[in-house]
Design a protein around this ligand. Structure first.
Ligand code: ASP
Ligand code: MG
Length: 428
């Protein structure tokens, strides 16, 4: 029997109807064994981030309000899915919330990222409990498995780096044997654990990556990511009216697009699939019988239409050595070292003789800290309210179209890709 991996994101399980729809999709696939990877329901992860923050700050009032609201959100969904007589699922979920609500009284470590993972991971635990219970109620017999026992990472909380060897052994020992008697295993995306058994997460939106890992290790025939869009589009419908669905693209193209920020799949997902030639489908959970996009090995897919990726609220930071040195290997090495320690993620970088510039997401960087750290040795300047557009397979007409009314701050071109940092002229 073949093996497939399905991944359902937060939007696909955001309310009771959505959960019912997931069960209907699974019922359509009666043939193969299925590993079903599920995210937290709707915007649960954002709520848990606020809860983790309130807990860290010791803000009891806010903490309790947020926890209650999140519990209510889940109970409302459950009341639509289950009979009150289904005590087991109510007990399981209430118990998770009880443990969560105790956290405000418990002693905390001095590592926020650690505390964050212990709390934020609960969204997936709760969603998968609910999904598994609902599937079983619908006679789609499913085993619940705890990804906190399957995916081994290092101790980098909030961005665990996967230990492939250990993970391989754990999955083969603990998960795959379920398929001797069962056809569906439901597990959490986004979660892992350290060698000491503490919970880690793989980075926001990391559930896709989990699907990639499980597919690689279980030698799956394919992976399907179920989304609220019809597939991979050549632009985000938020910014573009006339988007085109990409029917077939190569692994390389998918990696490039997600690396540049196309938010349809998490950038780490595709590499393991490419390594084993496992095709990845992106399909709509609203129209499950439609084709979607297939990402596959093929040299001749990518005679492509231009694809656009926008990132708003960008910040360009430039650092200039205060002494007489130029920006050369030595200074670059120390700059990168510092940025790495600060956990800064660079979207675009450029250097000249006297300055090094990096573009970052404004919301993801602590600007004051960056300035403080660099200001001993460097002069630091910055420019806010910028936009970054990346165009794959560009031509001059598309560049002209997206830069109308914009001041171009920086432009980088390769044969296939142009990246433009620009400012809305009404802002400058
Ligand atoms: N629930 C996590 C998040 O929202 C992981 C995921 O959805 O992929 O970031
Ligand atoms: Mg999500």
């Amino acid at each position: 029997m073949g093996m497939e991996v399905f991944k359902f994101g937060g939007a696909s399980v955001k309310d009771a109807d959505a959960v019912k729809n997931v069960a209907q999709i699974l019922a359509m696939y009666g043939e193969n064994n299925l590993i079903v990877v599920v995210s937290a329901m709707g915007k649960t992860t954002n709520a848990l981030e606020r809860i983790a923050m309130a807990c860290w700050n010791g803000d009891t009032q806010l903490f309790r309000n947020e926890v209650n609201e999140l519990e209510q959100f889940h109970l409302t969904i459950m009341n639509d899915l289950f009979d009150a007589s289904n005590e087991m699922i109510y007990n399981q979920v209430k118990n998770e919330f009880r443990l969560l609500s105790l956290k405000i009284e418990q002693p905390r470590s001095d590592n926020f990222d650690f505390e964050y993972d212990q709390i934020v991971s609960l969204g997936e635990i709760i969603s998968t409990r609910i999904i598994a219970a609902y599937l079983n109620q619908q006679q789609l017999l499913a085993v619940w498995e705890d990804a906190r026992r399957l995916i081994r990472t290092d101790n980098t909380y909030r961005e665990g780096s996967v230990d492939w060897q250990k993970t391989d052994a754990l999955i083969k020992e603990r998960m795959l044997p379920h398929f001797e008697k069962n056809r569906i295993v439901v597990t959490q995306g986004f979660l892992g654990h350290t060698a000491e058994g503490f919970t880690t997460t793989l980075g926001r939106e990391g559930s896709d990556y989990t699907a990639g890992i499980l597919a690689f290790i279980s030698d799956a025939d394919d992976v399907t990511i179920w989304k609220d869009v019809p597939g991979m589009l050549n632009a985000d419908p938020k910014w573009f009216d006339n988007t085109i669905k990409l029917d077939k693209i190569s692994f390389k193209e998918a990696i490039e697009l997600s690396y540049y920020g196309a938010s349809v799949i998490h950038p780490k997902t595709v590499k393991p699939l490419q390594n084993k030639g496992i095709p990845l489908y992106v399909k709509s959970f609203l129209n499950p019988s439609e084709e979607g996009t297939v990402i596959q090995e093929s040299p001749d897919f990518d005679h492509l239409v231009p694809s656009f990726i926008f990132k708003m609220d960008q910040l360009l930071i430039s650092v200039m050595p205060k002494d007489f040195s130029f920006i050369v290997e030595k200074s670059l090495s120390s700059i990168f070292n510092t940025l790495d320690k600060l956990g800064v993620k660079i979207n675009v970088m450029q250097n000249s003789a006297l300055s090094f510039s990096l573009l970052v997401d404004r919301k993801k960087v602590d600007l004051e800290k960056v300035i403080a750290v660099f200001s001993d040795d460097f002069k630091v300047k910055y420019n806010e309210d910028l936009e970054l557009v990346t165009i794959r397979h560009y031509d001059q007409a598309t560049i002209d179209r997206v830069t109308v009314g914009k001041e171009i701050i920086l432009e980088q071109k390769t044969r296939e890709t142009v990246r433009i940092v620009m400012k809305d002229q009404s802002l400058s």
